[in-house]
Design a protein around this ligand. Structure first.
Ligand code: ADP
Length: 479
């Protein structure tokens, strides 16, 4: 059964109220009955006492006098109270008609003390107090009866009110509960309506925060904070898509223009070759860009396929060092390496690590017009540390916070027309983080830069690959 919160609250309210009212009326009823019983018992007890005193006062003048006094006393009693008295020989010395006519015999009176019972005398209900009293050595039995009808009527009246008002009260209170829960839930409906109206086109809209410092305010603020994160993620994605399309257009336009120009008229073989070389370079550039984009997209989706194994980082370092040396020498730069002689055991994906180090070394060569590049590695405080240093253009302080952002390229390198996509460092940082490591950079504009990679060393006992923690956040798009 699917009930709304409002209906459920009202139902709960109804059940709790009905139970409380029933309990309340039951307690009142019980208290009423108890107090009636006490009042009637007191009245009949004091009547027995009065009769006893009359007998005591008139007995010295003989039984007939007692009988006379008793019948006078009976004439004085109002409110329908009656009594009967049995004399020392067990015969009734005073007995009104109502007692005589009663069919049901009264139970034996107790040997001592007073007993109470409720019975009908000629179809009228009475509370009777019975007591055996000894007056001047004679035993008398006194029954004093008080009619309970007036009290019963009061009790019936109360019960009638109970029957009529209890359901009415419960229904009224439930209606009130329905109204109250509606009022309490009204802000939720407003939140639902506003939230439903927010889409990609109006992501900057926010939910109205209620003034009261309550749970709904917290809920609204939490939803608004979530919208902030979604908005910034969507902005990231939009920017990323725009940058990617822009960067892909450039090599494609180059390929097209070169092909068109070549086809305009017949050309010599060497001219065709030249054009094809340019087309190939542009195709390689776009392939590399697409590969970078795919890597980042997989990282964002948390679907990266890195395979971690315990391996020696020095081996990877020696391999990339050879490639970097060729790159540097072909550009006329100096190259030096200082790789730790001992093994540097690290849990890593070797090809991803190679990619990270090559990205740094490639940048060092790219952004160093003249001078040298060096590669250094050592271990320190449980970390394997790799430094890639160059004596190149350096990085301006204003660019420093952004160089790891996607598509970010410092203005001065753009103007020098150094090839690149601005994705290399974003991927390098992601790889480092997947290895529970970090990349830091120090640079001085015009003098060169040092990129430092820290990776946790495996201790000899535990060579298990670490489980990457930041799969989703690494590429900065997770909400
Ligand atoms: P790119 O494809 O442009 O090299 P990267 O993500 O690798 O993209 O680098 C981002 C930017 O950081 C570069 O465009 C450049 O401005 C700056 N940068 C990276 N490495 C160096 C370096 N060794 N020296 C100077 N600037 C660098």
């Amino acid at each position: 059964m699917h009930l709304t919160i409002r209906a459920r609250l009202t139902l709960l309210y109804f059940v709790v109220l009905a139970a409380s009212f029933v309990a309340f009326f039951w307690i009142c009823d019980f208290g009423f009955r108890r107090s009636i019983e006490i009042t009637v018992n007191d009245a009949s007890r004091s009547n027995v006492e009065t009769v006893r005193r009359v007998i005591e006062g008139s007995l010295p003048r003989g039984l007939p006098k007692v009988q006379k006094e008793l019948s006078e006393l009976a004439g004085l009693w109002a409110n329908g109270a009656i009594f009967e008295v049995a004399g020392p020989d067990g015969q009734w010395i005073f007995r009104p008609q109502r007692f005589q006519a009663s069919q049901t015999p009264l139970p034996e009176a107790p040997a001592s003390g007073m007993s109470f019972l409720t019975t009908n005398l000629q179809s009228l209900q009475y509370r009777i107090a019975r007591e055996r009293v000894i007056i001047a050595g004679n035993v008398f039995l006194i029954d004093a009866a008080v009619p309970t009808e007036p009290f019963d009527q009061a009790l019936d009246g109360f019960r009638l009110i109970e029957k009529r008002f209890l359901p009415l009260l419960v229904v009224l209170a439930s209606l009130l509960g329905y109204w109250l829960s509606g009022r309490a839930l009204a802000p939720v409906n407003r939140i639902v309506e506003s939230a439903a109206s927010i889409g990609v086109q109006n992501l900057s809209r926010r939910l109205e925060v209620p003034r009261a410092m309550d749970e709904l305010r917290r809920l609204t603020e939490t939803l608004n904070a979530m919208l902030d994160r979604i908005e910034s993620s969507v902005a990231h994605i939009t920017q990323f898509t725009a940058d990617a399309s822009h960067d892909l257009r450039t090599p494609l336009a180059l390929i097209r223009t070169n092909a068109e120009l070549a086809l305009r008229r017949p050309r010599r073989d060497d001219e065709y070759r030249e054009t094809l070389v340019r087309i190939l370079a542009a195709a390689e550039e776009s392939t590399q860009l697409i590969e970078h984009l795919l890597t980042l997209a997989r990282a964002d989706a948390g679907a990266s396929q890195l395979r971690f194994e315990s391996a020696d980082l020095s081996i990877v370092l020696r391999k990339v060092s050879q490639q970097a040396r060729i790159l540097a020498l072909s550009k006329g730069l100096g190259f030096s390496e200082e790789i730790d002689a001992g093994p540097l055991p690290v849990s890593m994906d070797a090809s991803a690590m190679e990619r990270l180090l090559l990205a740094l070394l490639d940048n060092a060569v790219k952004y160093t017009p003249q001078g040298s590049v060096s590669l250094r590695s050592y271990s320190c405080a449980g970390q394997a540390i790799v430094e890639v240093q160059d004596t190149g253009v350096g990085i301006a302080e204003t660019d420093m916070p952004h160089i790891f952002d996607r598509f970010y390229r410092a203005d001065q390198v753009r103007s020098r027309e150094v090839r690149g996509s601005g994705l290399g460092l974003a991927i390098a940082r992601w790889i480092a983080e997947m290895h529970k490591g970090a990349i830091e950079v120090e640079s001085e504009l015009g003098h060169g830069s040092v990129f430092r990679v820290d990776l946790p060393l495996l201790n000899s006992e535990s060579h298990h690959p670490p489980v990457p923690e930041r799969q989703k956040t690494a590429a900065g798009l997770a909400v």
